[in-house]
Design a protein around this ligand. Structure first.
Ligand SMILES: *Cc1c(COP(=O)(O)O)cnc(C)c1O
Length: 421
């Protein structure tokens, strides 16, 4: 029996309507930007396996470092104990994160990194005896699938069954020239009732690769600072070079109080989450009163294998060649966008760094559940390309090592798709 068939007997997949889903594609191995299927077919992973892979699959450097670590220490409890991979990774991250970031808190994934960020903010105010209940988030935001992360994400089809369980959040539009003064006033008015403002800097991923400008976000961060509202940069998708700089926050003048990282953190090798924060936040938990402790931790907090994968990935990220690859992708995307921008089927093309999104003109329903989405998905899969449209939006978010040839191939199939669908 094929793996795909055996899978269907025993596995429930994420974000998948199991009744109507086709059999999953079984992957036997990966190499650079390719995944190789059980059927022998080679797929270009043009979405970096849900945005996590940055240096290509089964990278030998990461594999060697992980393997070495496995032979010396696979895991150790992280309350009261520590180890070299965790310390070195924390030091390495603090070296490259915005200057005001002072401490690293480890967890398991992007959603938990967000949970920790929210708990830090809520408890900061509770520890000070001045509780602030509200959070500000953007419309169309996505911050993860656990309850707190869901609560600060936009209400959508994904959150509908759970809506009555989610805490209240004040949603505002992403900023642009036309609404920036209104948004600033909105935040000031909420003032000292708000503990935190959480945002995906420059680009809202799951919301549909929606992009907005750094300068206006900077204005919002400034108003938050005036009102002592903590700013949480959810860089789970944008971290580690995605937007053309190591972190999207580098496009801003105002540093965030908290940064959430995951996805590219381990180069897409395994799950790991990081929440970094300022000294001010950290200090609010220092007390002789034990109740002021941050009571959060996971069994696998700072797992040494995950930390060593992250360290190896960080070494690759900081090599000059990686930034050159990122620039190469940015330039190629730009040229392709220029070439097809007037196509009648395209409503909009947008690009931030290595991410380029194509919004299809559709007369009909353009939701996440549209049939266009399924048709496009199947078409690209048939052509040996993994692209997962968000409704009528197709985007390329490739590993940085993707070859020019593979990029050209993906572009050529997008050109074809524009004429077919
Ligand atoms: C994917 C994502 C998350 C959630 O990360 P998981 O590891 O999937 O839990 C949170 N925030 C953003 C911006 C993301 O893109």
């Amino acid at each position: 029996m094929t793996l795909a068939k055996r899978d269907q007997e025993s596995i429930w997949h994420p974000y998948t309507q199991m009744k109507t889903a086709s059999a999953p594609v079984a992957i036997l191995r990966g190499e650079r930007e390719f995944l190789i299927g059980e059927d022998g077919k080679k797929y270009i992973d043009a979405v970096s396996s849900w945005w996590v892979n940055i240096h290509g699959h089964a990278h030998p450097h990461i594999a060697r470092k992980v393997s070495e670590q496995l032979h010396s220490l696979e895991h150790a409890i992280f309350a009261g104990f520590t180890h070299k991979p965790a310390v070195e990774l924390a030091e390495g991250l603090l070296n490259i994160l915005p200057d005001n970031q002072a401490k690293i808190f480890y967890s398991d994934n992007g959603s938990t990194a967000v949970e920790v960020a929210l708990k830090m903010c809520f408890q900061y105010w509770s520890n000070k005896g001045l509780p602030r209940r509200k959070v500000i988030a953007f419309n169309n935001s996505y911050h993860g699938d656990t309850f707190g992360a869901m609560a600060v994400s936009a209400r959508s089809a994904f959150t509908a069954p759970f809506e009555s369980f989610l805490f209240d959040v004040e949603y505002i539009d992403t900023p642009h020239e036309g609404n920036i003064e209104v948004l600033k006033a909105q935040i000031s008015e909420l003032g000292d009732t708000v503990s935190a403002f959480i945002y995906e800097p420059l680009i809202q991923g799951s919301g549909g690769m929606l992009m907005y400008e750094a300068t206006y976000l900077d204005d919002l961060l400034a108003v938050c600072k005036e009102n002592q509202i903590f700013t949480i940069a959810d860089e789970v998708m944008t971290g580690f070079g995605r937007t053309g700089k190591l972190f999207a926050s580098e496009y801003l003048q105002n540093d965030p109080d908290i940064v959430c990282l995951s996805k590219g953190l381990t180069g897409g090798t395994m799950a790991l989450g990081v929440t970094s924060c300022t000294t001010e936040i950290y200090n609010a938990f220092l007390s002789d009163d034990k109740l002021k402790t941050l009571f959060h931790g996971h069994s696998f907090t700072a797992n040494p294998i995950a930390c060593s994968a992250a360290l190896a990935s960080l070494e690759l990220t900081l090599q000059p060649q990686t930034m050159q690859n990122i620039q190469r992708i940015i330039t190629k995307h730009k040229a392709f966008a220029e070439e097809i921008k007037d196509h009648r089927k395209l409503k909009q093309i947008r690009q931030t760094g290595t991410i380029i999104a194509f919004e299809w003109e559709t007369g009909e329903d353009s939701s996440y559940f549209s049939s266009l989405r399924d048709n496009l998905y199947r078409y690209f899969l048939g052509e040996g390309i993994i692209l997962r449209p968000l409704g009528n939006i197709i985007y390329i978010l490739p590993p940085y090592c993707i070859s020019d040839e593979s990029l050209e191939y993906v572009y050529s199939k997008i050109r074809n798709a524009l004429n077919l669908f």
